[in-house]
Design a protein. Sequence first.
Lengths: 118, 277
Amino acid sequence: MKARFAAFAAMLVLSASPALADARGDAKQQVAFGINVAQRGLWREAIYRWERAVEIDPTFAAAYNDLAIGYEHEGQLDKARKAYEKALQLDPGNTQIRQNYDLFKEINDRTGQKSDSQ
Amino acid sequence: MIGPARNRTASRLALAALVALTAVVTLACGQDYYEIAVETPIQPKLDVSPFQRVLVAGFVSGGSDDVDANLETVRLLRSQLRTKSQLKVIDADVMPLNEIAQDQSKPAGATNDSTAAEPQAAASSSDPTALPKSIKEEKDLEPYERLFANTSYWKNIGEEYQNPLIVTGTVLFAPKTASGFVNREVEEFDGLGRRRVTPQRTYQERKGFVLRPKFVFIDGRTGATMYSETFREEILYPSQQNTPALSSYFELMDRLVPSFLSALSSQKIKGTRVLLN
């Protein structure tokens, strides 16, 4: 009985993991391409790639992080905030995402500072 | 024979599954990172398109006698606007706004000589709306803010300079002392000569300055306030350290200038972020 259960579990994992790995693998390719073009200054292309990556794998925190940086660079601060928050929601313990987000918030808070009048 | 063979097959499958799972987890967790420079564009808070010129008129100032906060703020903002905005900066004498506000608060017909000033000072002790003669703290500045609501005054100034955008406000630059625990890093070497840095909390007397500017943007065509924004920054040093007041003033203003400029013109804020793969 135990052996049957182990075999069943093994089959289940084996059948599920290639699909997971495929999605993550494809998303990682998009993310890597995005990083490559961002490093050359082609931020719009990079954003397109990272948007594709989060479409392919909506659980990929790194892709959301990179997308947030892309939006930030383009001045789309609302979109950047949402993407950072999603990245942190997916990977709350990631210190690099947290650090990026803190730096972003510093700018965002400054620009959104409340005026005294009008 | 069948029982053990089946068990072996199941064990192999379980092992294979474990390997596959490890591969998936490794794929998911093995993260490369790349530092990248970013320049975040910030849209201006004010629409300054109706103006071709800007007049940094002057500031109601106080706090420290070591720095003329009115003069220094006007000079600094004019020089920043010259290089970082599209507006033409008007070179004009710095307006002594403390005195102008005092004059405006005098009842009609009062003279400006020293004999008239004494009864005025005496009256100020009983009148809560009277302007304090010297500005030492934040609350002393509040009564002066009536000056910025005087639209006819600012409209006249605007007409004189061909309807520019007028920048004015208040600046308090005051000394501050504080004491408390601060974190500092202590360098240590062990018996083998290895260096180690450990954080240590120590009690310290500190002194420094607080800078609290309020920037008021006035439409020179109407005299009306378009926008205003208040900032507050402070800097503290160990009490043994002697830092000139003027260098502290510039250090604090350096922190605020990008925010001031972002009200008038689009800015790019440079920084670095970490891309993950």
